[in-house]
Every structure is written in C-alpha cells, then in structure tokens.
Design a protein around this ligand. Structure first.
Ligand code: UD1
Length: 363
C-alpha cells in the first residue's frame, strides 16, 4: 500500500478484523495510509491468514516484536514503534482494541506528540487483573479521537475525564467485517473438514485467567467434558494454553475434537453451524450476537455488556456451563432479540468520515 499520513498499528489477531473496514473506507476516500504490523502475532495462522481472508493490504512494515512477558513484549514494542514513528512521521496513529500493541502505539505516539485515534474505545470490564483492561484505560486516556462501539462506552470515558468532543459513537467495525464476509461462511464446514455433523458446540479458550493456572483450567475442562456428553465439542486451540488444557484432560477426550487455530472465514463457518459457543474471547461475544448463536462466556465479567442486554451472550462460571448448555439444547434458554445500535456494517465508513474531516481541519 502506498504510504501515507495515517499510520495504522496492528499486531494481534483481533486487530486485523477491526482494522480491515477502516483501511478500506479510508482508501475509498483516497486518504494515504501506512500499515505497521508489530509482529506481536507472527504465526501465519494468527496473522497472514487474516490478511488474505480479509483482503487487507500487506503491512508496509513488520516490526517482528514477537512474544515475551508483558514487560519484555511491551518494552520491545515501545522501542520498535518509537523508531518506526520517528521515520514515518505520522499525522495520526490509529490503534485498535486492547492488546499490548495498542497500548504501546498510544504511549509512543503520545510521547512524540502524534495524535492518536483509538478504535473500540471505552469498553470496560472494571477488572484490572485483565491485561487488556489496563491497556484499554491507558490507551483511552492518551487518545485524541475515541471511536466507540456501544453507548455505555461514552459514559465510561466521561467518568474517566475524557473530553466529550473526542468521543464518536460509530458502531462496530468487527461487525462490518462479519457482514462483508457473511456470504462466505459455510455452516457445513465442520462436516466437510473434520467429519462432525451438527449438532455440535464450539469452544475457544485463551485468557491468562483461564488457561495459565492448571487448577482453573482443570475446572473448565471438567465442565467441557460434561457438556461433551450431550454435544460433541470442536476446539480450535490458540497456542497459548494448549499444553495446560491438554494436560487438564482435553487431550484424547472422546467427544472433543482439538484443531489448530483457524482463519477468519473457516472459524466463522464453524461457528455458523454450531448449536452454541463457549468462549473467553471478546470478539466472539460480538460475532455470535449478530449470527444469533447462543454464547456462554466463561468469565466473571465482560467489557461488552451490550452482548448480554442486546445479544445472545451470557456469563457463566465453569460449574454452570453444563446446565446452561443443556438449557440451550432443550430450547428453554431465551435471549433478547434486539441487536446493538449501529452494528450495521457501516462503522468503517463512519470512522473514515470523522478522520477525513479531522485531517482536513486546521489545528
Ligand atoms: C493477545 C491479546 C489478547 C487477544 C489475543 C488474541 C494482549 C495482552 N493479549 O493474547 O487480548 O485476545 O491476542 O489472540 O495483547 N503465540 C504463538 N504464536 C503467535 C503469537 C503468540 O505461539 O503468533 C503464543 C506464544 O506462546 C506467546 C503466547 O501465545 O507467548 C501469548 O501471545 P501474546 O501475544 O502475548 O498474547 P495472546 O495470548 O495471543
């Protein structure tokens, strides 16, 4: 992509899904852009496959930062982004979501006096033990333009002292991507690729709070094994936590199929054909809401409460999973039927409209 004054910083799987519609909408307006991939996710199954599936232009730079402890990874991100911004001299840095690359982009841009736009601002789990919550709070305090996906995000930001004029409620770019590619989702994917026929459940687990501690992982695995008694489960396993989950009893379980991480279209195809999803992901809570697939989120809280008030999501303790899954299978569970406002596939256009006005106004 021809380099330009708007520099997108992306680094991890969910970033790519959110950035795709914004990059496309800015390109439609003829605004010059540069894509910087930090290299936080380097595995092709967590990175390249998303660029291909979502038709995102190849990154102009890959900083190759890779994995590490939070301190080591964030430090490497800061050093690499400082050098990249020094060379690229962005008019604006756009950062997405809540991963370590997002936090680092905001911190480096702020120190270099570069304005920051944060896409998916204002989400709060109010749980500072989650690394993502720390990243959200710090990024938002530094951002100049804050693009929100749901109405309560504005209240969260105002409570933290963010200036009202910087907040723009634009809808959800992750749902733009879902709507753009929905016709490619094949609900028969599981049958064609792994020989599992519906009804089946899908599970994904990768949060440190769920997979780092063997005792907690064990509680979740016991619950999944019980669910699998009534519904076979397919689990695309994120590399993080694979060993702990397998050791806790997932490896070799008869009605649990462990597979490698999937690309965007394959994963949403798998979800489209599922009876229910059990997850600790943020984005999947949103995607299932629009697909109308019941979602049981194995976490004590969510930064996306709108998926509960307007969607198919429900928070469950591990021990409550089997009962909650049974209620979905027997049809006794009910979910709200109205969907979140502005989750209509046009968030990228709205963001591009605001950015275009901002870039052409005198400062
Ligand atoms: C990161 C995000 C998380 C997001 C998730 C999506 C942070 C703090 N967390 O978590 O919010 O939901 O991405 O996937 O930024 N690894 C690989 N290959 C890779 C990348 C990572 O094998 O390409 C393994 C490594 O063992 C690594 C571990 O996964 O140490 C964790 O990777 P990291 O980028 O630190 O965080 P995620 O768990 O992927």
């Amino acid at each position: 992509m021809a380099q330009g004054p708007v520099v997108h910083v992306v680094g991890a799987r969910p970033n790519f899904v959110k950035a795709a519609p914004v990059i496309r909408a800015l390109a439609d307006r003829g605004i010059g852009q540069t894509i910087v991939h930090t290299g936080q996710h380097y595995d092709s199954r967590l990175s390249e496959v998303f660029f291909e599936d979502l038709d995102i232009p190849a990154p102009d730079r890959n900083l190759g930062v890779g994995s590490g402890t939070h301190a080591a990874q964030t430090a490497a991100l800061l050093v690499a982004l400082e050098q990249a911004f020094g060379e690229l001299r962005p008019a604006l840095v756009v950062a997405y979501g809540d991963v370590n690359s997002t936090l680092a982009a905001a911190l480096v841009a702020a120190k270099q006096g570069i304005p920051i736009a944060h896409v998916e601002a204002g989400l709060r789990s109010f749980d500072r033990s989650m690394p993502e919550e720390v990243n959200r709070v710090v990024t938002d305090v530094l951002a100049d333009l804050l693009f929100t996906t749901s109405p309560e995000a504005r209240d969260n930001l105002l409570r933290e002292g963010v200036t009202e004029g910087g907040i723009h409620f634009v809808g959800n770019p992750m749902i733009d991507t879902l709507m753009t590619h929905r016709s490619r989702f094949d609900a028969g994917w599981a049958k064609a690729h792994i020989g599992i026929e519906a009804p089946y459940a899908v599970a994904t687990l990768h949060r440190p709070a769920n997979v780092d501690d063997p005792a907690t992982a064990g509680r979740i695995v016991r619950a999944l094994l019980e669910v699998s008694g009534s519904l076979p489960i397919v689990i695309p396993l994120h590399p993080r936590g694979r060993a702990v989950l397998e050791a806790a009893g997932l490896a070799g379980a008869e009605r649990v199929t462990l597979i490698d991480p999937l690309g965007y279209v394959a994963f949403l195809s798998l979800v489209s054909g599922a009876t229910l999803v059990m997850t600790d992901s943020g984005g999947i809570q949103e995607e299932t809401t629009i697909l109308g697939i019941p979602c049981l989120t194995v976490r004590p809280n969510t930064e996306r409460p709108i998926t509960i008030s307007h969607g198919t999501n429900r928070l469950v303790e591990p021990e409550a999973l089997p009962g909650a899954a049974r209620a979905i299978v027997d049809g006794s569970a009910t979910f709200p039927t109205d969907r979140p406002p502005l989750w209509d596939g046009r968030a990228g256009e709205r963001i591009a409209g605001v950015l275009s006005g901002w870039l052409s106004s005198p400062r």
